[in-house]
Design a protein around this ligand. Structure first.
Ligand code: FAD
Length: 570
């Protein structure tokens, strides 16, 4: 019995948290506790069903946070989904397994993150992965891969499920994308993403169930006696070692409410690791006295560490949809995706957009600085935005993702901007940990973000109207020619996009890994600046968006961080 004393206490048994729990408890002399607000969901059909995307939305395993009214998008609020279960958001997500573009991971190194680049992260992507080689049948239907970039012995099963749609649809959709000049890309997880692909998922092909962090990283090791899991337990704050003579504050545990509703504390002899997700970990820092003093003092919280960027730099993406009726019904898994560069989307207009954005960078920085209440710095934001601009216009990394879902008498396209400039924040609104936070992603704050969505919406219409699809697609249901006529102005498109968008649920950077003078909250070992033994290990630390989806990169980051922790102690 641990007696409530552990070497490591992990807050949040989600995507990243369970990687850390698994890796640290490999050493049987190391004791680890995971405290998770949600429950086990191994038998929850809304989780396991590989065709069940969305079934869990609005149920008790969805935090369904509410954003602040979005000032640049008609003042409406947005529902921000996140998983509340062992496995975290990996239990409710779309299961896409897509990493990132090389150049954008390399850009992390330009933010003061020595040792973080594509080459150094690739082994950790591989270490986490157990790639299930597609069957012959799946290959005939478009599943393709380069085994060099995949791991085959890690915990996380990736690949294609048994219900892969047939070859005829694959060729049809490929021809559609080709009509816009987008090449076919057989392997999209090797660091070059531009192109059309049939992407792999996090799936257990044998059992035909979702592969989530719980299944991959917890289930196989649940009997380790040095690992304790507290479910239905909600962490309020870190507790501090008041006897420490260290010059920097030292955490000695956390305070939480257990499954019986009782307020408790448990002790961490070595470290407290926050893995509560990008919309939670920064709040726990604030409630523990780490953050912007002005915010902490407003809520009567003693300042342990003056770290003004906690909760700042929030970046998310926005999703739109083009929905078409079809004279054909398709059933099975629809994992077709295209990743488009700025040139693919804007063609001859790319040069003009390039000039407009370059000329706007100072203004973008000023807008973001003002919206942050002066917390962010003009010169720093100019530097960050220049890196961001280079990724879009010089490196020409994908800026838009268009996902096709052929369904029952329907062909639906979802699309989102991969690299919005807009930045928002998330902060506590009270010193009571159950009070909802103020979450403001500032969608469409900067005009590039809207222009990119308009360009992509138009590209979707072109795809649907392409020769390849003309025998299949019958009518545009959404946005519809009534509200957005064929010759619609950009203003009309903008209105339709702002009326119809949703969050893409890819929240990052609220405790960003960057040099402190650039607005960072954690260092390259993901240790919180100014604290001896607290790390943040989850999507909060990702400094810039990735062109893939987040879990692949979250798993890899957590694998790398686990090594950093081990090397400190062993
Ligand atoms: P999480 O996995 O969210 O883990 C945080 C954990 O902490 C949760 O279990 C939570 O319950 C727990 N927690 C929070 N607060 C407390 C507290 N105070 N005390 C105790 N526990 C707490 N990514 C992809 O790669 N592919 C996709 O197809 C995809 N689709 C998505 C679809 C949706 C609807 C959503 C919401 C996200 C999607 N994503 C996708 C994004 C991706 O799943 C997440 O970014 C990623 O899982 C986040 O991992 P994390 O470790 O940062 O946080």
């Amino acid at each position: 019995d641990s007696g409530g004393v552990y070497d490591f206490v992990i807050v949040g048994g989600g995507t990243a948290g369970l990687v850390i729990a698994n890796r640290l408890s490999e050493n049987s002399y190391t004791s680890v506790a995971v405290i998770e607000a949600g429950d086990l969901v191994f038998d929850n059909k809304n989780v396991t069903d590989v065709y069940g995307y969305g079934l869990s939305f609005g149920t008790d395993i969805d935090w369904q946070y509410e954003s602040a009214p979005q000032a640049y998008a008609g003042n409406k609020t947005q529902t921000l989904r996140a998983g509340k279960a062992l496995g975290g958001t990996s239990t409710i997500n779309g299961m896409a397994y897509l990493r990132a573009q090389k150049a954008q991971i390399n850009a992390w190194e330009h933010l003061g993150n020595v040792g973080w680049n594509w080459e150094s992260l690739l082994p950790f992507y591989k270490r986490s992965e157990r790639f299930q080689i597609p069957t012959e049948d799946q290959c005939l239907n478009g599943a393709a891969y380069d085994i060099e970039v995949h791991g085959t012995t890690g915990p996380l099963k990736t690949g294609w499920n048994t219900g892969l749609l047939g070859k005829s649809v694959t060729s049809l959709i490929n021809a559609t994308y080709t009509s816009l000049g987008l090449p076919y890309r057989a392997e999209s997880n090797g660091g070059d993403m531009r192109g059309f692909t049939r992407y792999p998922a996090t799936v257990d092909r044998e059992l035909n169930v979702r592969e989530d962090a719980g299944r991959a990283y917890y289930l196989p090791i649940q009997n380790r006696t040095n690992l304790d899991l507290y479910t239905n337990s909600f962490v309020q704050r870190i507790t501090w070692d008041e006897t420490s003579t260290n010059s920097t504050p030292r955490a000695d545990g956390v305070q939480f409410t257990d499954s019986a509703g009782k307020r408790r504390t448990i002790s961490a002899k070595k470290e407290v690791i926050l893995s509560a997700g990008a919309l939670r970990s920064p709040l726990i820092l604030e409630l523990s006295g780490i953050g912007n003093p002005a915010i902490l003092e407003q809520h009567g919280i003693d300042v342990k560490v003056d770290l003004p960027f906690v909760g700042e730099n929030l970046q998310d993406q926005t999703t739109g949809a083009g929905v078409y009726s079809s004279n054909t019904s398709f059933s099975g898994t629809a994992d077709y995706v295209g990743h488009f560069s700025v040139g693919d989307i804007f063609g001859n207009d790319t040069y003009d957009l390039n000039c407009t954005v370059r000329d706007s960078l100072l203004q973008y920085a000023a807008t973001v600085v003002e919206a942050s209440g002066g917390i962010l710095d003009q010169k720093v934001m100019e530097k960050l935005f220049m890196i961001h601009y280079d990724l879009i216009f010089k490196d020409q990394i994908p800026i838009s993702e268009i996902l096709v879902s052929p369904g029952e008498n329907q062909m639906a396209f979802s699309y989102w901007g991969l690299l919005p400039f807009s930045r928002g924040n998330v902060h506590i609104q009270s010193n009571n940990s159950t009070t909802p936070a103020a979450i403001n992603p500032n969608y469409f704050q900067l005009d590039y973000d809207l222009k990119q969505q308009i360009g992509t919406a138009k590209a979707v219409r072109k795809l649907a109207g392409s020769e390849a699809l003309c025998d299949v697609v019958t009518e545009e249901l959404s946005p519809g020619l009534q509200s957005v006529p064929l010759n619609a102005s950009n203003e009309t498109w903008a209105q339709a996009i702002k009326d119809g968008y949703r969050s893409n649920y890819h929240y990052i950077a609220t405790a960003a890994m960057m040099a402190q003078d650039l607005g960072g909250v954690v260092d390259t070992d993901l240790l919180v600046y100014g604290v001896d033994n607290v790390r943040v290990i989850d999507a909060s630390v990702i400094p810039f968006q990735v062109c893939g989806h987040l879990t692949a990169t979250v798993y890899a980051i957590a694998e790398k961080a686990a090594d950093a922790i081990k090397s400190r102690y062993y």
